[in-house]
Design a protein. Structure first.
Length: 312
């Protein structure tokens, strides 16, 4: 299912803009049918593909959509890398189950695996932000044979985060919003969307462009959308889990020093859970919303990491 064309940040609009770039051969919105439902996304190939770079899959977080990656995707395409991004479970209207149990990590990882195969990706470069980053950590641990490199944006390793919540009062306090969602999901949904999404827009703190933020609010205001995406947090309460360590895939972790959710101590602790090549890239003065506010830094980091670990 493709969103209405009057939304400037639906997948069709993103694909149309990418298709107009002189270094893009083809870009399209598409729907991928899987056992988990129908997932909306966009895919693009460069006019001059660099076989050394291969394919990148970009995975968004909460509360965002695949469109958050538009600028990063354009920068990767310019260098010869093909890109694919999709709206995750709950965000895609055709993949919006009602049960909280269907939003556990095993389902999110299975979605990624099935979708990537369905669009014809062999081994690929994974780039994930926020919840997409959490899925990336788990996917890298459980499907290393599918990945060439792993780039996680903003989200620390799940075990590092869990231990830091227990040990660090600062990290514990920063997770108050998560506990609020788990205790009162309906109330949180109403609060975030009240007054044309005023509280949700405040959450972006000016780091998401106004028109993109308005698009997020409009899409999350559709019947059932916000209730669905908040189920990620409800499901993160000890329900079905996957092993999340060791990570042997070459991994780089990009983190903003002004991240509202994750302090530096948690970010730095993530290194303890990677046994393969690892690089920590702190962006001083940058916020949590890196796909929207720091696409150049993300693309540069990805390309440097890929060239270092796949070869020139």
């Amino acid at each position: 299912m493709v969103m209405a064309s009057n939304d400037p940040f639906d997948n069709a609009s993103v694909a149309a803009r990418l298709a107009e770039l002189p270094f893009v051969a083809n870009a399209q919105a598409l729907t991928v049918s899987t056992s988990g439902g129908e997932f909306a996304g966009f895919q693009a190939t460069p006019a001059r593909s660099d076989p050394r770079l291969g394919d990148a899959l970009l995975l968004h977080g909460w509360p965002e959509y695949a469109s958050c990656w538009e600028k990063t995707a354009a920068l990767l395409l310019e260098q010869g890398m093909s890109v694919f991004a999709y709206d995750q479970r709950g965000y895609s209207p055709g993949a919006r189950p009602e049960s909280v149990d269907e939003y556990t990590m095993p389902h999110l990882v299975a979605d990624l695996d099935e979708i990537s195969r369905s669009v014809g990706l062999g081994r690929f470069h994974l780039i994930g932000h926020d919840w997409g980053g959490m899925v990336a950590w788990h996917y890298a641990a459980n499907h290393p044979e599918r990945l060439l490199t792993n780039t996680v944006v903003s989200t620390p390793h799940p075990i590092a985060h869990a231990k830091q919540v227990q040990a660090d009062p600062d990290q514990y306090e920063r997770m108050e919003y998560m506990r609020a969602v788990q205790d009162h999901p309906d109330g949180v949904a109403r609060t975030l969307l009240r007054n044309d999404g005023e509280r949700l827009i405040d959450l972006y703190a000016g780091d998401v462009p106004d028109d993109m933020a308005a698009s997020y609010v409009a899409r999350l205001s559709e019947p059932g959308a916000m209730d669905a995406v908040l189920k990620y947090y409800q499901a993160a309460d000890g329900r079905a889990r996957l092993s999340s360590t060791p990570v042997t895939v070459p991994t780089t972790f990009v983190w903003g020093s002004e991240d509202i959710a994750f302090p530096r101590a948690t970010a730095e602790r993530s290194a303890e859970y990677v046994e393969g090549p690892y690089r920590f890239v702190p962006l001083e003065g940058s916020s949590h919303w890196l796909p929207e506010s720091s696409p150049e830094e993300i693309a540069r980091t990805v390309l440097e990491w890929v060239r270092e670990h796949v070869g020139e």
